[in-house]
Design a protein around this ligand. Structure first.
Ligand code: SAM
Length: 289
């Protein structure tokens, strides 16, 4: 099969397999030939690399990953694409396609079965409607993942990679930074896809790190961030007392213990501030009986 970035080949596959693009699955396929090799070069570290791809579509990125990696497992939700993938990935013998919804699959079990004892990289042109839930599932589940190299909408990329303390920072920026070091790699214009979406995209890299908190303190960090950014225009004192169900004096005590001014807003805090606050919140602002 010829290049999968050629529109005539995409149309031929659509016709042969009776395939029509489903917006609900975020099906915008890459037709810019320079993008997939760049994603693959970044995602694949060495000939033995184990790579998990989310949403292969017709397999345009899968082929590039397969050329560089030891093994590629590609999870695709849309059963209609499976017969086409049989054809487009013929001869790419280190690729296994798994049909399933990445949000429902037991990814830890999948990694154990497919990549026993290996650390893995994730690569994807993600379905845009579920970018954040997929990223959080991949980061939170304690999978043996070292890095994620994924295409997301440009605005999502900016939000995910925003520096804490900047106006663009939101709950997702801090949640991602809890587990990884994020970076925008390069922009991708809307014309690089078929059908073309209404917005531009960007490829981001998340280098996974050891999470800084475990157990109750970790859960408290995520509740605090959610509460703080749910009312980001309000001072921390107001936002946290509303969102955490505590009195203002209780919240004031916790903020004082963490050395944070109660007049600040969520977007002004650094990751370290949130981590300190999470560690002392329950002892400084005890839950009412
Ligand atoms: N990789 C192809 C490319 O770059 O041209 C297709 C990318 S397209 C943006 C997103 C792909 O993810 C589609 O193939 C879609 O069917 C698949 N997908 C959507 N939701 C999914 C889910 N929950 N689990 C697995 N795959 C999903």
């Amino acid at each position: 099969m010829e290049r999968l970035t050629d529109l005539k080949n995409i149309m031929a596959l659509c016709e042969r397999f009776g395939f029509t693009f489903d917006k609900g699955y975020g099906q915008n396929f890459l037709v810019n030939p320079s993008v997939c090799p760049r994603i693959a070069r970044h995602a694949v570290q060495g000939k033995d690399a184990a790579v998990l791809e989310i949403g292969p579509g017709f397999g345009v990125l899968t082929r590039e990953l397969s050329r560089l990696a030891g093994k590629v497992v590609a999870v695709e939700i849309d059963r209609r694409l499976l017969p086409a993938l049989d054809v487009t990935l013929k001869g790419y013998d280190n690729v296994t396609v798994v049909q399933g919804d990445v949000m429902k699959l037991d990814l830890a079990a999948l990694c154990r079965e497919q990549f026993p004892g290996k650390r893995i990289s994730v690569a994807a042109n993600l379905p845009y409607n579920i970018t954040s839930p997929i990223l959080m599932k991949l980061l939170e589940t304690g999978l043996p993942v070292d890095s994620l190299t994924v295409m997301v909408q440009k605005e999502a990329a900016q939000r995910i990679c925003a520096e804490p303390g900047s106006r663009a920072c939101g709950a997702i920026s801090l949640a991602v930074r809890f587990f990884s070091d994020p970076e925008i790699l390069f922009p991708v214009s809307r014309g690089s896809f078929f059908p073309a979406p209404k917005v531009d995209s960007a490829v981001i890299s998340l280098k996974v790190k050891q999470p800084p908190l475990e157990g109750a303190a970790r859960a408290c960090f995520f509740r605090l961030v959610k509460a703080g950014f749910a009312q980001r225009r309000k001072t921390l004192s107001n936002a946290l007392s509303a969102g955490m169900g505590r009195t203002r004096p209780e919240v004031a005590a916790a903020l004082a213990a963490a050395g944070i001014s109660e007049k600040k807003r969520a977007e002004a805090l650094q990751l370290e501030d949130w981590l300190r606050l999470a560690q002392c919140f329950d002892s400084a602002a005890p839950k009412p009986d």
